[in-house]
Design a protein around this ligand. Structure first.
Ligand code: ADP
Length: 471
């Protein structure tokens, strides 16, 4: 990076100058003083060539072999004669024709960038073309030479030197300003480019890390699926045998034996539920959710879900309210998955609500915009600010409880797999931390949304939006 920096680079004259406007200025200068200007860069490339006065004479001399050869030699000297760029000397070069040039280097920051050739003009001392011209090339027409000579500016070398210094000063100023502008923009580009390269490298590292994580995640999901499946089969047998025992199929049980068997069954059921959740989540994570879509009668699904949590509601003396609207839009959804969503939300409400608390289940129609791009994210305030989203027709499910509540900074995290607000070993409530993650995946598979509004100590409201079949 640093090796390519503008500060290390040799700048080129053509890069520094805006050549078109520079040529215009040189043209005006040459017209004003009737002396031509040529500028070559360090490689000998001609950047400016303004001819005035003497050009017809030079062209005539170039038409004859001997004068042409002499011309070529002079041009070579003008272009290549060494110049002391540090002192910025102005060198006079005499042409065989009697004309004269002034040459000076263009330097910048101690480096040679090119040269300015100012001329030709006729020096005041002679004030005419060299009489020896006709000896060199007898074919030249004296009358024509005289006429052409009269068009060439006569000037003293001091005047030309003064003009040349002025011209040089002007070029120096232009170079200084252009260089400064170029430096600033180049440095800016360099720093942006460097930043970009760093970002690209970081992105690559992140992508690699992401790939590794995905692979690990896939292995974890496979492992979960395999273990859960292997556990489920023997567990189902354990529960089955316990059931047979409790039904007295192996003889009557005394009271204590009956209680022990009941505990085996209860714990077995809990374990089975956990294993089912694990299997479900591993299916979700491997992208294997399959929806069996039907025209869903929500009221029936609500009944089924409520009946599965009703025993605990009653046991804990919780007041339960159920409001299902009559004007629900039609939805096309997977019955089992929607029931699971309801069971998980209601189950949590029961679990996190103290005895004699209240749980309300509302199912109604909601016509409006989605809360935000990300499910389970954003506060109510953020959601209402989304004006530009399309309005849609939804079935809305609200599960409200008067339970422990959830701190605001956890409102998104609780939807992650295995995440629990209280994850200490001494936590009060059981659970796997998978319920809400399953809810979120199922709701999203239906192109729906789920989020929570909650105040610690006051309760929580989980909202699910399921788009209507028309959407
Ligand atoms: P689990 O309930 O098995 O722990 P979930 O994924 O269902 O797992 O919930 C994740 C966490 O979110 C819970 O551990 C709890 O901290 C919090 N949570 C969920 N529902 C509620 C609720 N109704 N009231 C308070 N906290 C809740």
């Amino acid at each position: 990076m640093v090796a390519d920096s503008i500060l290390q680079k040799q700048v080129r004259l053509a890069k520094l100058l805006d050549l078109d406007s520079f040529r215009d200025v040189m043209q005006s200068f040459a017209d004003l003083y009737r002396i031509g200007v040529k500028i070559f860069d360090a490689e000998g490339t001609k950047l400016v060539d303004v001819r005035v006065g003497a050009s017809a004479c030079c062209a005539y001399l170039f038409q004859h072999a001997r004068t042409k050869a002499a011309c070529t030699k002079i041009v070579h000297t003008l272009k290549h004669a060494p110049l002391n760029e540090m002192s910025g000397e102005v060198r006079h070069v005499d042409c065989f024709s009697g004309m004269r040039y002034a040459v000076t280097p263009i330097a910048h920051e101690g480096g040679y960038l090119g040269r300015v050739i100012f001329g030709p003009y006729l020096p005041k001392e002679a004030a005419q073309l060299a009489p020896s011209l006709r000896q060199l090339e007898p074919g030249l027409d004296p009358a024509r030479l005289e006429h052409l000579g009269s068009q060439i500016r006569i000037a003293s070398s001091q005047t030309v030197l003064r003009l040349m210094l002025q011209l040089k000063q002007f070029i120096d100023v232009i170079l200084f300003t252009s260089y400064r502008a170029m430096l600033t923009s180049q440095m800016h580009i360099e720093s942006v480019t460097e930043g970009y390269h760093e970002l690209v490298a970081k992105n690559r590292d992140l992508a690699d890390a992401n790939e590794r994580l995905k692979e690990l995640d896939r292995l974890k999901s496979n492992f979960l699926a395999m273990v859960s499946h292997e556990l489920r089969t023997p567990l189902t047998s354990i529960i089955g045998y316990a059931e047979m025992l409790s039904e007295g199929m192996a003889g009557d049980l005394n009271q204590e034996q009956g209680e022990f068997v009941a505990t085996i069954m209860e714990k077995g059921e809990n374990l089975l539920q956990l294993i089912s959740s694990l299997l479900e989540i591993s299916r979700v994570e491997s992208g294997k959710i399959r929806l069996d879509l039907v025209d869903l009668k929500l009221a029936a699904v609500v009944d089924a879900a409520v009946s599965s949590v009703l025993p605990q509601i009653t046991k804990r003396k919780i007041t339960f309210e159920r409001q299902v609207a009559n004007d629900l839009p039609q939805i096309s959804a997977d019955r089992d998955k929607v029931r699971q969503v309801l069971i998980n939300l209601l189950g949590n409400a029961v679990k996190f609500t103290p005895e004699q608390g209240t749980i309300t289940l509302v199912v109604d129609r909601f016509f409006g915009a989605r809360p935000g791009a990300e499910t389970g994210s954003g506060s109510s305030a953020e959601r209402t600010s989304v004006f530009d989203l399309d309005e849609e027709d939804f079935v809305r499910i609200l599960v409200r409880d008067s339970g422990v509540g959830i701190p605001p900074d956890q409102h998104q995290r609780i939807f992650e797999s295995f995440y629990q607000v209280d994850n200490t070993a001494t936590r009060e409530f059981g659970g796997s931390g998978l319920g809400l993650s399953i809810v979120k995946s199922f709701v999203e598979a239906h192109r729906g949304e789920v989020w929570v509004d909650s105040t610690p100590g006051q309760g929580s409201t989980f909202t699910v939006l399921l788009p209507s079949a028309r959407a």
